[in-house]
Design a protein around this ligand. Structure first.
Ligand SMILES: *Cc1c(COP(=O)(O)O)cnc(C)c1O
Length: 393
C-alpha cells in the first residue's frame, strides 16, 4: 500500500476519497488515523533552516492535521485549495473579506444564512461596502443588478430556511462575463452532492460543523477556492489570524470518513419523512428540492448529485399554542439550532422580519426539519403523535 494520496491517477471516486484522502498511515507507524498535532511553537534545527523556512513554521499557520483535512476536502469538493476556519460562519466572513474594499458593492442572495446577512449589514457596511439583496430565483437576471463597482455575487443553494434552488450556472455565466467573484455557501449539499467548481463557482464555503463533523460535537468551517481565488483567500485567512482548533480538525477528519454513507441515509430518511409530511392534512407545503413537484426540483435534478436531510414544512394555519404542543412533546426530535449531526431536529422559523428582496407569506407556521439516522418509521410515529397534540389544542 502506498503511503501517500498525492499525485494518484485516475482520480478517486467520492466514496473512496472520503475514506482514503488525507491519510498517510506509514508516515505514522502504520496507525490508520493521523495523530492530532497540537502546538504553537515549531522548532527549527539550525539558523539556516530558520532563514529558509520549512513546511511548518508556526501552529497558527498550519499543522499536518490541518493539512490532512484541507487536502481531503479540496479533492472531494473539486477545488484547488481548502483553508479551514474555526466555524462555518468564520468561513463566510473570511471569504467575504478576502475580496471587498471600501466603495465596493456586493450582490447577496436574500435567502442567505441569517448571520451572513448581519455581517453584511453591520461589519461590511462599517468598512464602506454596500450590500444589495437579490431574489434567489433571479438566475441570469442578476445581470441587471451589476454595477461598475460590483465586486462579487454571493449564493447559497438551496436557501437557508426556505430551500429555493438557485440557477448557479446562469449566475456564473454573468459573473464570468462581468468579471465578478462568485461565492457559494455549499453547506446543504456538502462537498459530495454539489460540485461548485464544475458550475463556475470561485469559492465554496462549508459549515463543516454540519455534515463533515456530523456528530454535533465540534465547530469547524472550510473555504475551498479555485486557483484564481486561492491567493485572495490565503491572504485574508493569514491576515485575519484564522485558525481551526486541533481537536476540532481531527473531529472533521473523523466525520469525513463516514460522510458518504451518512448522507446517503440522511437523504433516504429525509425523503421518506418529507413525502409522508406532504400527504398529511395538517401540512400546506413541504419545502424539499428533491421532492418531485417542488419549485426547485428541476434545477436540483439538473445540478445536484443528492439531497441531505434538511428541509422545511409549512403547516396549515394553526395557533402558536398548538404548534408548541406538537413540538414540546416530541421524543425523538430535538429542538435546537444547527444540523448535520446523526440526530433528528426540528425548529420553528419565520423569515418575515428580515428578508428584503423577497416577501415571505407562508400559509401557516413554518418548521425546519433535520432528519437523522434513526428508523424513519419511529420518526413518523413521533410526528403522528405530535399532530394529534396539535389537533387537540
Ligand atoms: C450553520 C451554517 C453556517 C455557519 O456555520 P457555524 O459552524 O455554525 O458557524 C453557515 N452557513 C450555513 C448554510 C449554515 O447552515
Amino acid at each position: 500500500m502506498s503511503t501517500s494520496d498525492e499525485g494518484r491517477s485516475p482520480p478517486r471516486r467520492p466514496a473512496t476519497a472520503v475514506v482514503h484522502n488525507g491519510r498517510e498511515p506509514f508516515a505514522q507507524h502504520g496507525f490508520v488515523n493521523p495523530p492530532v498535532y497540537r502546538g504553537s511553537t515549531v522548532l527549527f534545527p539550525t539558523v539556516a533552516a530558520l532563514k529558509k523556512g520549512q513546511r511548518y513554521n508556526y501552529g497558527r499557520r498550519g499543522t499536518p492535521t490541518v493539512d490532512a483535512l484541507q487536502s481531503a476536502i479540496a479533492a472531494i469538493e473539486g477545488g484547488f485549495e481548502t483553508k479551514l476556519t474555526a466555524s462555518g460562519y468564520q468561513a463566510v466572513t473570511t471569504a467575504l473579506l478576502a475580496f471587498v474594499e471600501a466603495g465596493d458593492h456586493i450582490l447577496m442572495v436574500d435567502t442567505t444564512y441569517q448571520p451572513t446577512r448581519q455581517f453584511c449589514d453591520v461589519m461590511l457596511k462599517r468598512i464602506g461596502v454596500e450590500t444589495e439583496y437579490y431574489d434567489p430565483l433571479i438566475g441570469a437576471g442578476i445581470e441587471h443588478l451589476v454595477r461598475k463597482n460590483t465586486r462579487l455575487v454571493y449564493t447559497e443553494s438551496p436557501g437557508s430556511q426556505t430551500f429555493e434552488v438557485q440557477d448557479i450556472p446562469a449566475i456564473a455565466a454573468v459573473a464570468k462575463a462581468r468579471d465578478l467573484w462568485l461565492l457559494m455557501d455549499n453547506t446543504w449539499a456538502s462537498p459530495l452532492y454539489f460540485k461548485p467548481f464544475e458550475h463556475g463557482v470561485d469559492v465554496s464555503i462549508q459549515a463543516a460543523t454540519k455534515y463533515i463533523v456530523g456528530h454535533a460535537d465540534a465547530m469547524l468551517g472550510a473555504i475551498t477556492s479555485n486557483a484564481r481565488a486561492a491567493k485572495h483567500i490565503e491572504r485574508a485567512h493569514g491576515h485575519l489570524g484564522v485558525c481551526p482548533g486541533s481537536e476540532e480538525t481531527y473531529l472533521g477528519l473523523r466525520g469525513l470518513r463516514t460522510l458518504d454513507v451518512r448522507l446517503e441515509r440522511h437523504q433516504k430518511n429525509g425523503l421518506v419523512v418529507a413525502a409522508w409530511l406532504a400527504r398529511r392534512p395538517e401540512v400546506a407545503r413541504v419545502l424539499h428540492p428533491a421532492l418531485p413537484g417542488d419549485p426547485g426540483y428541476e434545477i436540483w435534478k439538473r445540478d445536484f448529485l443528492g439531497a441531505c436531510g434538511l428541509f422545511g414544512v409549512i403547516l396549515k394555519p394553526a395557533s402558536a399554542e398548538a404548534v408548541a404542543a406538537m413540538l414540546d412533546g416530541l421524543t425523538l426530535f430535538g429542538m435546537g439550532y444547527s444540523w448535520g449531526g446523526y440526530e433528528s431536529l426540528v425548529i420553528p422559523f419565520d423569515c418575515t422580519s428580515y428578508r428584503t428582496a423577497t416577501k415571505w407569506h407562508p400559509e401557516g407556521p413554518a418548521l425546519r426539519f433535520h432528519i437523522g439516522l434513526e428508523d424513519p418509521a419511529d420518526l413518523i410515529a413521533d410526528l403522528e403523535a405530535g399532530f394529534e397534540r396539535l389537533a387537540a389544542v
